[in-house]
Design a protein around this ligand. Structure first.
Ligand code: HEC
Ligand code: HEC
Length: 278
């Protein structure tokens, strides 16, 4: 029985050490993270019903100069090269952002992009010519065309890769590094492994409100819904560690195997010692 007691003590020490240190380290690194706010409560609430038909016209006269909306066959009037020379970043296609961004955020964003994104240098100019009703119409239009069953990869393409590359997926940022550096002060990091090097809570808070984690950072607040945020994080985790699920499954079998080994070894030892004079 002595062996079992020793084994038990070791097991307790290992478990306590592992979880103790893990939880402690996690707390030290991430313990003071603010909670994400997917309602964007700092922005003015609006309650105006928009008309998507009017919104389409307004989109064509106010947004299409810079943005494409491929879902409706609308190309931007400005090509990507001209756009990045003008703004240092390629404006995103707006086909699906209407489903990925919180409506309340989107309204406030169109009204005043610098304020909503918390980035005073955000490259899209404020749309001072539009009334609140116009903006509500555009939001209604963007929502009406957007695909509701988007994937995490869609979020990455529509909301992230104008700035970020994801080399392991062979995705190169739509904007050249030179322009990104001019615009953001640095080239944004590659996202291939961020799903592994950062934990989920951190990513959630950072993407929801970059300033709350890295004050002064040039990554804008994007206004993603909770659903879109979760999907993009799951996608980042998946590509950073594609074999994780498989490994977890194998891990359980390896533990069972080791346990059977321990039991057999112990039984064998008892059997041998029984025949030896003590
Ligand atoms: C003069 C060019 C220009 C016009 C006009 C313009 N935008 Fe933009 N927009 C941009 C640029 C540039 C960005 C990307 C900036 C960045 O990522 O830092 C952007 C980004 C966006 C985003 C992404 C925001 C996010 O959170 O990811 C949305 C949505 C958007 N614009 C909607 C609109 C709508 C709707 C209109 C018309 C009412 C419009 N834009 C008009 C240049 C423009
Ligand atoms: C307008 C450009 C821009 C867009 C769009 C953008 N980012 Fe970033 N991102 C940056 C910059 C710049 C940094 C570097 C921040 C710093 O170090 O201050 C960054 C950093 C990051 C980091 C690293 C954070 C850290 O602590 O190391 C992650 C993760 C990230 N972005 C994820 C995303 C995701 C996911 C999206 C899309 C949902 C996205 N970004 C969209 C510009 C952008």
């Amino acid at each position: 029985m002595k062996e079992f007691k020793i084994l038990l003590i070791i097991a307790i020490l290992v478990i306590a050490g592992y979880y103790g240190i893990d939880i402690y380290a996690h707390h030290e690194m991430y313990g003071n993270l603010p909670k994400p706010d997917f309602h964007y409560l700092d922005l003015k609430d609006v309650n105006i019903k928009g008309d998507p038909v009017k919104g389409k016209e307004l989109f064509q006269s106010n947004c299409q100069s810079c943005h494409s909306l491929k879902a409706e066959g609308l190309n931007a009037m400005m090509d990507a090269e001209t756009a990045q020379n003008a703004f240092n970043v390629v404006p995103p296609d707006l086909s699906n952002l209407g489903a990925m961004l919180a409506p309340h955020f989107l309204f406030n964003f169109i009204k005043n992009p610098q304020n909503a994104t918390k980035n005073p240098k955000f490259a899209m100019p404020p749309m001072a010519q539009l009334t609140d009703q116009h903006i509500a119409d555009i939001v209604a239009y963007l929502q009406s065309v957007a695909r509701k069953n988007f994937t995490g990869k869609d979020v990455l393409t529509d909301a992230c890769t104008r700035c970020h590359s994801v080399k392991y997926q062979k995705i190169k940022a739509f904007t050249d590094e030179k322009h990104l550096k001019n615009y953001l002060g640095k080239v944004p990091p590659d996202l291939s492994l961020k799903g592994r090097s950062k934990d989920r809570e951190y990513l959630e808070t950072f993407i929801n409100n970059p300033q709350s984690v890295l004050p002064g950072t040039s990554m804008p607040r994007l206004g993603l819904t909770e659903e879109a945020t979760n999907k993009v994080i799951s996608y980042l985790e998946e590509i950073a560690d594609p074999h994780k699920q498989q490994r977890n499954k194998v891990g359980i079998w390896a533990l069972i195997y080791a346990f059977i080994g321990v039991v057999l070894t112990y039984a064998w030892k008892k059997k041998i010692w029984k025949t030896v004079d003590k």
